[in-house]
Write a protein that binds this ligand. Structure first.
Ligand code: ADP
Ligand code: MG
Length: 881
């Protein structure tokens, strides 16, 4: 639809054949989806199969193999070897192809889960639907914190403000209204429209969808921009760098071999073949792909447990997270507010919850109580005209308590239409409304006590406003409720005969009293806090709430001990970040674990401070104001049900079941994935090293050749990939949450890991060289048999090498690798392939295999296990990890 901003609401609704009272019917929606398509902007097209195949071929290994095949064909009369190399090429490409396809599929599945939802009116009912199923003509509701998912013409607004920076670059807040605009109004001035991709900041609104998917402004912009290049994760980049480095190293080594071979006057074919085999042996071409598969699999496992990781790179940071910042309400507490205590100057209504049965309907209502209930209802954004009330839990509780005292919220709202609203935000910590009635106007204010009290100069006493002289006493009353863990809200109001100006709304108010809400700590949080403690992760509570309430909840969940030092709770008003010279203060900040009455800006600064001190920070956030801090944190975490859409958009991790405890799973997974990546990197590199050194030694020292080029190719494909993949499927060590997190900048391969790689590689080489020497010097066997024994020893020793990848601190028989069924499956598969090669004659010929006696097989097994014993010896001596 073109220029809907120029038309009246009525014209737009008619044109789209819709109805503002009932919305579209579901059957109409189905037809429109057929006509207009889903509300989606096709992101990048998925990579095509032939492109994946092409990328697999476009790989140094394959080039080397093709050259090798050509050379063998040219120099060698026997076609078998050429065919064998071609087979190797096909196998290499197929494995790579299947693995990459698998990785892409998992990622696609993950992307599908990141959908957003919208509130829409259909068949006369308010429903929540996936935003991709919105169609032109749909009537949608917009609330503060929503990410707008279509282009829509506004029908009604209440203080609706939108941030449109993502679309127009305009960073100022835009106030919306509903009046038609001239036809030549530019995009950023179309104040009666909301656009896909922008975020609502405050207020609420109702709108009719005019364009969806590719027809939206955002869709058009994205169509114009050519496809964005796929970003690699830092981990992939590191692994790729590692691979490249190894490739260059190997090439140097290969050239060296060709050169020495040439000097020694060896046959050119053999030299080149050896060099090629060496190159193939050394390059861990599977590395980045296996890493991607491990990452994607980890993310899928988490998604089944309601934890959505939006970006792959987050997994890396998860494993290193050592500080988790969290708000209080809804995260650590239930957020099922119940009114507990009402305090007025003249009376206290205590423990209302317990007196559930008492009939409040007939309680004699003081003027103070009436004023408080009027404020509760009027200074409140809960939507009442629907079957199921929706809104902030605090405000829902207020509606309920008003009903309990026999007030009729709907009637009150109708008789006192709202003229103006100052919305609640976490910085001002209060909300105010201006309402009209028959006699004149009233201002109603509710919010944090410290905020509201600033604007009060009178107090309700003996049914009339009197000078407010006992503010100190009220501070004690507030502290008293807060120290019981109650969430405290203060109330104030004022009557006006004539409509006051906006700037005068918050002045000379009359204080009414306070309400304490019961919002108990969640049951399961305490155990999780303990887990984090053991895992070396510090939990920091950053709340907008009162220090007393914060302290009680912190004690209840075990974040603070009952007699914690006084400096462990820091008050927002004492936070000053400019005084960086004062290092003692900074240390206090880093040590504290509860921050009360903090603003979103202060949260952001705290996150930065932590990061400057080399911490990896995870941060919970739910509101629009939290978005900068969510972005700044290494891991931004949003709740799937409670949080605003905008917060979910900005976050890296979404907890779909809103459970603080679910984060534990994510961190555990992050740690184990990183462990696994290190395991298979060391595994692949040590196996490759063993191959390189065996071939290299044989070539340089002119030993009876222990390994032939094709044999190397074979075992490089069979014995490396499967066990490495299986390592990535492990469950993670049981003790994984009992050790401190990895340091922020720790590389995949630390010095100790390099050393371990070399020692494990040499253990395998020792077995191969050992059996060669033993078979030729002691057993005096033929060259072919010696070669076969060395080959099988290498196969077996490499398979056994997988068991050396467990950490030194866990027992050899009881660790995640021994208990990983995939590892056993990989070993059996590799053995089966090797045995088949032995029995299938053409393959056996190409691999130069011959029959071995039982005794000789016995020696193979003995030497292979010998290499494992040697590795374990190094490990137990503390030389390796
Ligand atoms: P938390 O960190 O516990 O989520 P908030 O930042 O949401 O805290 O709230 C801070 C304070 O603002 C609360 O202690 C309360 O006094 C006040 N407040 C919270 N919600 C509202 C609301 N809807 N209207 C007015 N005041 C509110
Ligand atoms: Mg909050």
């Amino acid at each position: 639809m073109l220029e809907p901003f120029h038309l009246s609401i009525k014209a737009v609704v008619e044109k789209l054949n819709s109805n503002t009272k009932k919305g579209l019917t579901e059957s109409e929606v189905k037809q429109r989806i057929k006509k207009y398509g889903k509300n989606e902007i096709a992101s990048k097209k998925p990579k095509r199969k032939w492109k994946i195949l092409f990328d697999q071929c476009n790989n140094p290994i394959i080039f080397i193999l093709i050259i090798a095949a050509g050379l063998t064909f040219y120099f060698n009369d026997d076609l078998a070897e050429t065919i064998a190399i071609i087979a190797v090429i096909i196998i290499t490409i197929s494995i790579g192809f299947v693995m990459e396809l698998q990785g892409i599929r998992s990622l696609e599945a993950l992307r599908q889960m990141g959908f957003t939802e919208s509130t829409v009116l259909r068949d006369g009912k308010i429903k929540t639907v996936k935003s991709s199923f919105l169609v032109p003509g749909d009537i949608v509701f917009i609330q503060a914190g929503d990410v707008i998912s279509t282009d829509a013409r506004l029908i009604s607004v209440e203080n609706l403000t939108i941030k449109e920076a993502s679309l127009t670059g305009e960073s100022n807040t835009i106030y919306k209204d509903i009046l038609p605009l001239p036809i030549n109004t530019i995009l950023s001035d179309r104040s009666n429209m909301v656009f896909k991709g922008t975020t609502s900041e405050q207020g609420s609104g109702k709108a009719i969808v005019v364009n969806t998917g590719r027809n939206t402004q955002l869709g058009r912009i994205q169509e114009m921009g050519t496809n964005v290049k796929e970003q690699r994760t830092p981990l992939e980049k590191k692994l790729n760098a590692l691979s490249k480095w190894l490739i260059s190293l190997t090439l140097i080594f290969a050239i060296l071999i060709i050169f020495t071979g040439y000097l020694r006057g060896l046959e050119m074919l053999l030299i080149i073949e050896t060099a090629v085999a060496l190159a193939v042996a050394a390059i861990p071409e599977g590395l980045p792909v296996i890493a991607t598969i491990a990452l994607a699999r980890g993310m899928l496992t988490l998604s089944k447990r309601k934890v959505i990781i939006k970006k792959m790179e987050s997994v890396e940071a998860l494993g290193a997270t050592n500080i988790i910042c969290t708000d209080k309400t809804g995260t650590l507490t239930e957020d099922k507010m119940q009114v507990h205590t009402l305090v007025f100057e003249d009376e206290i209504l205590n423990q209302l919850l317990i007196k559930e049965r008492v009939d409040f309907h007939n309680v004699e209502k003081s003027d103070a109580l009436t004023a408080m209930m009027m404020t509760s209802v009027l200074c409140n954004n809960v939507i009442l005209n629907v079957e199921e009330m929706r809104g902030d839990s605090l405000e829902l509780a207020l509606i309920q308590v008003a009903e309990k005292f026999n007030f009729n919220p709907k009637e009150i709202k109708e008789n006192h239409p709202e003229e103006l609203e100052i919305p609640f935000n976490t910085s001002s910590k209060l909300m105010a409304t201006l309402n009209q009635n028959k006699e004149g106007f009233t201002v109603h204010v509710k919010g944090a006590f410290e905020s509201v009290i600033n604007y009060c100069d009178t107090i309700f006493k003996n049914n009339k406003p009197q000078v407010f002289i006992n503010k100190k006493e009220w501070v004690h009353r507030v502290n008293d409720l807060a120290s019981q863990g109650l969430r405290v809200l203060a109330f104030a109001y004022k009557k006006h005969e004539r409509k006051p100006e906006k700037k005068d709304i918050l002045s000379q108010l009359t204080f009414i009293g306070i309400i304490g809400f019961l919002d108990p700590a969640r049951e399961d949080v305490k155990a999780t806090i303990q887990v984090y403690k053991e895992a070396g992760i510090k939990v920091v509570m950053m709340t907008g709430d009162h220090p007393g309430t914060a302290k009680k909840i912190a004690e209840d969940i075990g974040l603070l001990s009952k007699n914690a030092a006084s400096n462990s709770i820091i008050h927002g008003k004492d936070l000053q970040f400019e005084s960086h010279t004062n290092t003692i203060f900074e240390k206090n900040l880093l040590d504290a674990s509860v921050f009360a009455r903090v603003t979103p800006e202060q949260k952001l600064k705290l996150v930065s401070l932590y990061q400057e001190n080399d911490n990896v920070v995870g941060m919970f956030g739910d509101g629009i104001n939290d978005i900068p801090a969510l972005r700044k944190a290494d891991i931004g975490i949003a709740m799937g049900i409670r949080g605003t859409q905008a917060a979910r958009e900005a976050a890296d991790v979404i907890l779909k079941n809103d459970k603080f405890t679910a984060m534990e799973l994510a961190i555990k997974q992050g740690r184990s994935i990183f462990d696994h990546i290190r395991q298979f990197v060391v595994y692949l590199l040590s196996c490759n090293l063993a191959e390189v050194v065996s071939v290299g030694l044989a070539a340089i020292l002119a030993l009876p050749a222990p390994l032939l080029p094709l044999q190397i190719l074979f075992l490089n494909l069979v014995t490396d990939i499967f066990p490495a993949l299986a390592l990535g499927m492990g469950k993670g060590e049981k003790q994984i949450m009992k050790r401190p997190p990895r340091r922020a900048n720790e590389p995949i391969m630390s010095a100790k890991r390099w050393k371990s790689t070399i020692l494990y590689g040499l253990s395998i080489t020792a077995a191969v060289v050992g059996i060669t020497a033993y078979a030729s010097l002691v057993l005096e066997l033929s060259a072919k048999i010696i070669n076969n024994m060395a080959f099988f020893t290498l196969v077996l020793a490499q398979l056994l090498n997988v068991f050396s990848m467990a950490d030194r601190k866990v027992s050899f028989f009881n660790n995640e690798i021994v208990q990983n069924p995939w590892v056993w499956a990989a070993i059996i598969l590799s053995l089966l392939i090797t045995i088949s090669a032995y029995y299938i004659q053409p393959v056996a010929n190409a691999l130069f295999l011959t029959n071995l006696s039982l005794e000789q097989i016995g020696w193979v097994i003995a030497f292979a296990f010998g290499s494992l014993v040697l590795s374990q010896l190094f490990k137990r001596l503390g030389l390796t990890f």
